[in-house]
Design a protein around this ligand. Sequence first.
Ligand SMILES: C[S@@+](CC[C@H](N)C(=O)[O-])C[C@H]1O[C@@H](n2cnc3c(N)ncnc32)[C@H](O)[C@@H]1O
Length: 206
Amino acid sequence: MPNSENAPVASAALDAEADWEARYQAGSTRWDRGGPSPSLERWMEVTALQPGARIVVPGCGFGHEVPALAGRGFHVVGLDVAPTPVRQLRREVSQAGLEAEVVQADMLAWQPETPADGVYEQTSLCALPPDQWPAYEHQLHAWLRPGGELFACFMQTGREGGPPFHCALPDMRALFTSDHWEWRDDVGRTDHTNGKYEQLYRLLRR
Ligand SMILES: C[S@@+](CC[C@H](N)C(=O)[O-])C[C@H]1O[C@@H](n2cnc3c(N)ncnc32)[C@H](O)[C@@H]1O
């Protein structure tokens, strides 16, 4: 018998899959940079993680950061709800002769087999409706080992609605609370061509 408590989560996941897959099918992927974001380089400059660490990249899309991290010797799991980018990323990883796990799953339900050392959060939180943000924050906390790093790229759109939804910093402080997270570094910003930008922070899981 289906668990009725899980029904809304399952239905939201199906909606998200259909919605995002339709964007990929239509080629409507303006967020995609065609290569790793400069934000990743910024994280690599400040991270305490060493090659061999386990990193999750949720909502990875075409996931250019996944092979980039795998090439540096990290154990990477890329995660996305839409089948098209997952297929493409698997192909790309394999053609590059790299090893990385690419999973098609709802990030609000998925759990790693082993706690992660790091999470690279880029344009994933801002893709979710804000009423799902507390559940996502709960997931990020659950995925990471104590002391694990969350590298968060908080999208700044300065406008109502989305996706992408504006991740105002006071709202982020209220979401990533000090009992769950130690806010370590404000490490700058990454600009987008359309006037939006991401504010970069390194947080440690308590
Ligand atoms: C704006 S795109 C960003 C993709 C990638 N992070 C990038 O920067 O190019 C948001 C991604 O989140 C994925 N996504 C949305 N809701 C999701 C969910 N519930 N679980 C997993 N992935 C999801 C979408 O399929 C999409 O690939």
